[in-house]
Ligand binder design. Sequence first.
Ligand SMILES: [Zn+2]
Length: 434
Amino acid sequence: MRHFQALVQIDSSVGNETRVAEYVKKTLEADGIQVMMVAQDPARANIIARLKGNGSKRPLLIMGHSDVVRVDPAKWTTFGPFSAARQGGYVYGRGTLDDKSDLLATMMTMLMLKRQKTPLDRDVIFVSEAGEEGSTGPGIQYLVNQHWADIDAEFCLAEAGGVRLKDGQARYALVETTEKQPKAARLIAKGISGHGSRPLRTNAVVHLAKAVETIAAWDPPMRFNDTTRFYFEKMAAVSSPEDAARFKGLFDAQKAPAVREYLAEHDPINYSMLHTSISPNIIKGGYQVNVIPSEAEATLDIRALPDENIAAFYDMMRKVINDPAIELVPETTNQRPDAAPSKLDSDAYRAIEAAFKSIYNVITIPLMQTGATDMAFLRAKGVQCYGVGAMVDEEDGPKGFGPHSDQERILEAAVYKHVQFFWQAVNSIAGTKH
Ligand SMILES: [Zn+2]
């Protein structure tokens, strides 16, 4: 708890990760662990540390990210954003959930392995990673491109899953084994310009509006992968009877359309897991009230299923829009690498499942994130990555205390349990079996 509060008290919301790195370095070195501080940008340092195993198995990488999202201090009405104040069983502060709880649990695991001189079949590599929140350049991309030999591993455990708590009861644990691929495309409408007093059927704004409406209302083809099939089956087992019936209905061709319609309205996360999704998020067109513009443009956020043939999907979109005045232009900048899902039957997955069972007495459910994480860069290099996380009260996010919310807090009990979980999972993945 002392280390956790110290980490939360460091304001790393504006690229000050080096201050966190220095704390982590000092802490690990105090127990005799050798530490590399590596940085592309001196203010945004990463930490790499390694405990050697006997080399009979390939390394395990454990990591947490040291940056946090920005804060609006005026919104922190309970306690200050970097107070790490403890009250009513909670610890308050930016990063308590995302991601200093993982940073703490991975760091503590290194300390305990070292103190107990745990014999290891594989090296355990720890990374305190900069720039996860939207600036992968000095963080994961720098590590993968410039320090690959230092972090290359068979398995990786990082953020993105965790234990869900409701009415004081742990219900199930999620492990992220794959994620959707962020893509983007622009719809460009071209028409004839003219005087606003004489409306034209070719008006680019009108064509764009219709195309955006059509594509947003489209229900793209549904497809499961191993993770999502398993996810909906297992979610049915831990959900209310109504939700369970709906999740099961997804596997019934007769019932699926009505279920999807329900999810689209009431459960956008689960709905998005069923297909490649499209959200029109920027729209531009026109510049003066009496001028019919010759061009208008919309930018679409597209989240592709991991196995999507995106070129074919764009062709499908063009057919759905069905308007020669509209051109669909894929964005090619800032794309993440394609990566196959991590295995659901690996030693690491089974060890995670066993650790969740023993610490929380819950079942483990594999998850496909709809958002993107840094694990995409590691999976693309062949690392089997599993997103884990601490215990979170499902009702706390809607109250305004979730990750990236105006305020953020974690259950104190969740901090301790998460350290126990990591310790146990890492021991069973990397510890020498007698
Ligand atoms: Zn995070």
